[in-house]
Write a protein that binds this ligand. Structure first.
Ligand code: C2E
Ligand code: MG
Ligand code: MG
Ligand code: MG
Length: 284
């Protein structure tokens, strides 16, 4: 702050950095134990068909119930987990829990919907990603498409050369061969590239909430949103917009041709027990 007030060109160590340092030290200490103590919980947020208002699936979102730190949202720890090499472990933990949840419901002949699981971009550069995903698919033998993997569009940012794009395509193809569906998450936030869409045959385009917010105020943003929705549809993708909070936003998206949506307007992420009750009342 001193540096900022006096217009100095650098800051050695300010309060925010100090707070972050302390927070990260807590995470260093508590995160490994949290895996052993199973402190991570899967919460589920429903996805809807905008026209029929029917439930079509849900997204699994991690919550960390820490006895020491309280209930933590992923924004408090995901980036640091990526930094210290725990994000991959967390994703497999989530995937395993979701697969077990679905397997258990199927065994009890209870209705299910496709569940999507977020995947850190780091997986794409891990040597054994495809092997582990294949093993998981074989272990649970779930119907095709019941688990959907959400990869952010920025995860593919390093796939710039022709060879790299072929490699990314191979990853998507193999995941599909193993029975996974795939979604491109947070579309329209990064350097969305049409070449990337061309080379990656993913099932769903998840349009980020930021462009929806922009589209409400700015006709140019609305024109872009409409074109992106159209682009996804022409490529045969399911198109879903994230973060719908109001009936006006829903109406706008329907007008622009979007088929699916997710957001607080429909339902917030909820613990597994609540989601099971939710499935009972919303799947008939
Ligand atoms: P995301 O995958 O884009 O997930 C959507 C985020 O938007 C979630 O935040 C969700 O709770 C929030 N959201 C849903 N509807 C609305 C709405 O109407 N308005 C607003 N303002 N927000 C809404 P959450 O649960 O805090 O997760 C944040 C991010 O953390 C996720 O963004 C995802 O990138 C990451 N994440 C969550 N779980 C996992 C995981 O298991 N593994 C990995 N690698 N990342 C995860
Ligand atoms: Mg997601
Ligand atoms: Mg998203
Ligand atoms: Mg997003």
């Amino acid at each position: 702050n001193y540096a900022r007030e006096h217009n100095l060109p650098f800051v050695l160590f300010d309060q925010a950095m100090h707070d972050r340092f302390l927070w990260n030290k807590h995470l260093d200490e508590l995160a490994p134990k949290a895996f052993d103590r199973q402190e991570f919980a899967v919460w589920y947020q429903p996805k809807y068909d905008l026209a029929t208002k029917k439930l079509v699936g849900a997204e699994a979102l991690v919550r960390w119930q820490s006895p020491e730190l309280g209930l933590l949202m992923p924004g408090r720890f995901i980036d640091y987990f990526e930094h210290i090499g725990l994000a991959i472990r967390l994703d497999y933990y989530m995937l395993g829990h979701v697969a077990r949840f679905l397997e258990d419901r199927l065994r009890r002949q209870l209705p299910v919907v496709p569940i999507s699981v977020n995947q850190s971009a780091l997986h794409l550069s891990e040597g054994d990603y495809l092997k582990r995903m294949k093993e998981t698919a074989e272990a649970y033998r779930l119907p095709r498409g019941l688990i959907d993997l959400e990869l952010t569009e920025t995860a593919f940012i390093d796939f710039k050369s022709k060879e790299a794009r072929a490699n990314a395509r191979q990853i998507i193809d193999e995941l599909k061969a193993d029975g996974y569906a795939t979604s491109m998450d947070d579309f329209c936030t990064g350097y969305s590239s049409i070449a990337m869409l061309q080379s990656l045959p993913m099932d769903t385009m998840k349009i980020d909430r930021s462009i929806l917010l922009a589209a409400e105020k700015d006709p140019r943003a609305a024109a872009i949103l409409e074109s992106v929705i159209q682009l996804g549809r022409s490529l045969g993708m399911h198109v879903l917009t994230e973060g719908i909070e109001t009936p006006e936003q829903e109406a706008l998206l329907r007008r622009l041709g979007c088929t699916y949506g997710q957001g607080y307007f429909y339902a917030k992420p909820m613990p597994q027990e609540d989601f099971e009750r939710f499935l009972e009342t919303h799947l008939n």
